[in-house]
Design a binder for this molecule. Structure first.
Ligand SMILES: [Zn+2]
Ligand SMILES: [Zn+2]
Length: 812
């Protein structure tokens, strides 16, 4: 039987055999209800494009799959579902381009994706697949909208929103990148004032931020999200006018108040009319007309020459009591803050430019350490030094942070100020004037007003629409379907109209992980018992491009559902790791460069196992790597070496006397390294450790006892290959039902080497560390030496020179 196996490694035959057998045996299935050690291993579900699986998808999935298989070999009941994020503009635009209806195109793409994903050898339990375009799924997306609506978290309001002229729809702030559309990097996003549906995510700003502090997340992801939420502490300050008006401004630096030498209002500020004097009215009106005609993006993108006009009015600086002029200028926007600012030209670039142009006073109120008030006044450029106050009677000499609190408190006592916390985060605009999405379940009645669709009437099915092209009116194409659009009011029965906007695709993906375990329940969005057992998600791995989109929206939806009593946890992803990106020959992959790696071609030529391992060998998984065709053959040779060793020695018992003792020591060290590295997603170094081991085995006297643990460790990386080898050892069950090998700590002791530690080139210590210690660990150990710490403490290393196993030179 086994002798009938081909002697040569034929990946295509091996992979076909095991993919069929996995399906037959249900190897990838997990008993959700009976699982004793649930491990929910989540990967970001793909958008099923017509081009098929992108190598970037496969890179991400392979890394997650390795982690999931590893957890299973460690004894976990691993649930690894996958679905399809198939609604949204991307699918719709592609359908328009090729002239096929998305309802026809998407199922085809999904089938294609499934085939490719199976071919890649992923351990997916397909019984729990979901597709966001399935009415059985989006019924519950609409249900979530209704729950939030009931709670006042979904509101329709008129607001300045981002409009992409290319997408012909509004966008969420998170979909605007530097003023441009995320999908159209050459299209400047415009501002339009429209009635739109918003989720009031801002109510959760503090919680979204505070919980990040304890989240086990990649540092980079946490930082991106923290900055996006953008908490700033400051104060609303009041500048009174002689006529009794109160102008409120928000500032993060109340400590600079003594340097506020004028006030600027947005041209649209409601007080402008009342404040403007007769002499200035003509100029002010002319300026306001010009500003109104300008699109807001131009106003916001700040490099242009500063313009503005004086209103003729004055306000009282609440600190100095002095009269300062009130101007209007288009760089102040009504949408942000209060639509008014206090200008501190001594310490703000923009105000400085404005004051210089219009010859307004410039006063410096913070001096750098060692500077006096006079010296501070002679500085040419505005800056905010980390210093003490000057020119601020009553506060002179006080450190700025202390002065910030003291001045705010003093103004609070006079009812001229309030300490406030501000967030950069805005409400999430979820309505889209497009076709390919779940209709928002709302009905408008002339008598009853806005009426939610009753839950029993869900789903509101997206009608088949032949002409679904978006236009520039701001009205969704669904409005063109009269039969669907006209509907009786659920409250009074009179003729009424459906909401014609659909919801943002990021709402579909904000809860899919809640649905997977309950994918086969049609009566509830998520089964209570299964949700309790499987959620929150044990491990989530995905791309950092979703740090402020999907990851933030999913957290918000989970928090809201928890507060509404539907869930008993508020953080869906306690552990998140961001994977890196791969480039091709040093350049970003793109269709226009013609350097996109098509995974199918490589899998056909080399097999899925070699391709998986090669992707993981490109660099640290959390950093990414550079795909070069030339490297792939090295992985193939490695697998062939293992194959040949197993063919030759797979049936040998343990040799007399326990076999080669040096190989046994190396085996335990290898198990230790592969265990630690796989656990830490350092797949490239885990593979390197296995390669070193195999090279040593080739030179020594290998036996089945030395090979079996290797094959189990290879199972997450090259699953079909490992199954075939496992069978060769005489096993009749899947290698995935084996146990991860344990190492004997005594035997796994690393060989020690002495590192020379230098600071600025001078030898300061010698430290003994295991051979192969990585740079970061070696530097940390070096800096912990008292003889080194003396020279590096409190200093930021400028550079580290690292010679493996020999030298650490820290340059400070
Ligand atoms: Zn666009
Ligand atoms: Zn009605």
């Amino acid at each position: 039987m086994h002798d009938a196996q081909p002697a040569v490694y034929d990946p295509q035959a091996v992979e076909r055999k095991w993919q069929a057998r996995w399906e037959e045996r249900g190897t990838h299935r997990v008993d959700l209800a009976g699982a004793r050690r649930p491990f929910y291993n989540l990967m970001m579900f793909p958008y099923p494009s017509a081009e098929g699986l992108h190598v970037g998808n496969l890179y991400a999935f392979t890394g997650v799959d390795i982690f999931g298989r590893y957890q299973r070999l460690r004894g976990g009941d691993v649930f690894q579902p996958l679905g399809f994020d198939a609604f949204g503009i991307h699918s719709e635009n592609y359908a328009l381009k090729v002239g096929v209806h998305p309802a026809e195109l998407i199922p085809r793409n999904i089938e294609n994706f499934r085939t490719q994903l199976r071919r890649a050898g992923l351990m997916v339990d397909w019984r729990y697949a979901v597709s966001t375009t399935d009415p059985a799924y989006y019924k519950w997306t609409q249900w979530i909208f209704l729950q939030l609506h009931k709670a006042g978290l979904a509101v329709k309001k008129r607001a300045a929103v981002n409009w992409c002229p290319a997408c012909k729809t509004v966008l969420a702030n998170e979909q605007v990148v530097g003023g441009y559309c995320e999908r159209h990097p050459d299209t400047l996003v415009e501002q339009r004032t429209l009635d739109q549906w918003f989720f009031t995510i801002t109510r959760y700003a503090a919680k979204l931020l505070d919980n990040l502090a304890t989240a086990d997340w990649s540092h980079s992801t946490r930082t991106l999200q923290t900055n996006w939420i953008g908490r700033s502490e400051g104060a609303d300050l009041v500048f009174e006018t002689p006529g009794g008006h109160r102008i409120t401004v928000f500032t993060t630096r109340p400590d600079t108040l003594f340097g506020a030498t004028y006030v600027v209002l947005a041209p649209e500020h409601p007080l402008v009319d009342a404040l403007t004097t007769t002499e200035c009215r003509a100029d002010v009106n002319a300026y306001r007309r010009k500003a109104a005609a300008m699109d807001v993006v131009t106003r916001r993108v700040g490099e242009k020459e500063k313009t503005g006009v004086f209103t003729g009015a004055y306000a009282r600086n609440p600190a100095t009591g002095g009269s300062i002029p009130i101007w209007i200028a288009d760089y102040v926007l009504m949408e942000y803050g209060t639509g008014a600012i206090m200008a501190v030209p001594g310490h703000d670039e923009r105000d400085f430019e404005f004051a210089t142009k219009f010859v307004l006073p410039i006063v410096r109120v913070i001096a750098a350490p060692g500077q006096d008030a006079a010296a501070a006044m002679t500085r040419a450029e505005p800056e905010i030094p980390d210093g003490r106050l000057v020119n601020s009677p009553g506060y002179d000499g006080m450190p700025w942070a202390e002065a910030k609190r003291a001045i705010t408190t003093a103004l609070e006592a006079k009812q001229l100020g309030t300490a406030v916390v501000n967030y950069r985060l805005h409400d999430w605009c979820i309505s889209r004037q497009r076709y390919w999405g779940p209709p928002i379940p709302i009905i408008y009645c002339d008598v009853c007003g806005t009426v939610p669709v009753p839950e029993r009437d869900l789903p509101v099915v997206l009608p088949q629409l032949e002409d679904f092209r978006p236009d520039d009116t701001g009205i969704s194409p669904l409005a063109r379907n009269e039969a669907w659009y006209r509907v009786p009011c659920p409250a009074c029965g009179r003729a009424a109209r459906r909401e014609t906007d659909v919801s943002d695709t990021f709402l579909d993906s904000a809860w899919y992980f809640l649905r997977y375990p309950s994918a086969n329940r049609s009566d509830v969005p998520f089964d209570a018992a299964l949700t309790k057992r499987w959620l929150p998600v044990t491990s989530y791995i995905g791309g950092n491009e979703h740090a402020v989109l999907h990851l933030m929206y999913a957290r918000f939806i989970t928090m809201a559902l928890k507060d509404l009593g539907h869930l008993d946890f508020e953080e869906p992803f306690p552990r998140f790791r961001a994977h890196g990106l791969i480039v091709k020959d040093g350049a970003k992959m793109s269709k226009s460069r013609g350097n996109v790696v098509i995974p199918d071609r490589y899998i056909e030529q080399w097999g899925a196992d070699t391709f998986r391992m090669y992707l993981m060998f490109l660099g640290p998984y959390q950093e990414g790597g550079d795909f070069r065709d030339a490297g792939i053959v090295g992985i193939r040779r490695f697998l062939e070496k293992v194959w040949n060793l197993v063919q030759a020695h797979g049936r040998t018992g343990v040799p007399e006397g326990g076999g080669d003792q040096s190989l046994a020591g190396l085996m335990h060290r290898t198990i230790k390294r592969v265990t630690v590295d796989t656990e830490a997603l350092a797949y490239n170094t885990a593979i390197a450790a296995m390669m070193e081991y195999v090279n040593a085995l080739q030179k020594g006297e290998p036996s089945a006892a030395l090979l079996e643990p290797l094959v189990v460790m290879l199972a997450p990386y090259a699953p079909h290959f490992a199954e075939e080898c496992w069978e060769r050892f005489g096993h009749t069950t899947s290698v995935m039902d084996a146990r991860w090998p344990a190492f004997d700590s005594a035997l796994a002791v690393e060989e020690q080497v002495e590192f020379v530690v230098q600071v600025n080139g001078k030898v300061r210590a010698r430290v003994v560390m295991p051979r192969g210690t990585a740079e970061a660990a070696a530097v940390a150990a070096a800096q912990a030496e008292p003889g080194v710490a003396r020279f590096t403490e409190g200093k930021v290393p400028r550079k580290v020179i690292f010679v493996p196993d020999r030298l650490v030179n820290i340059v400070v």
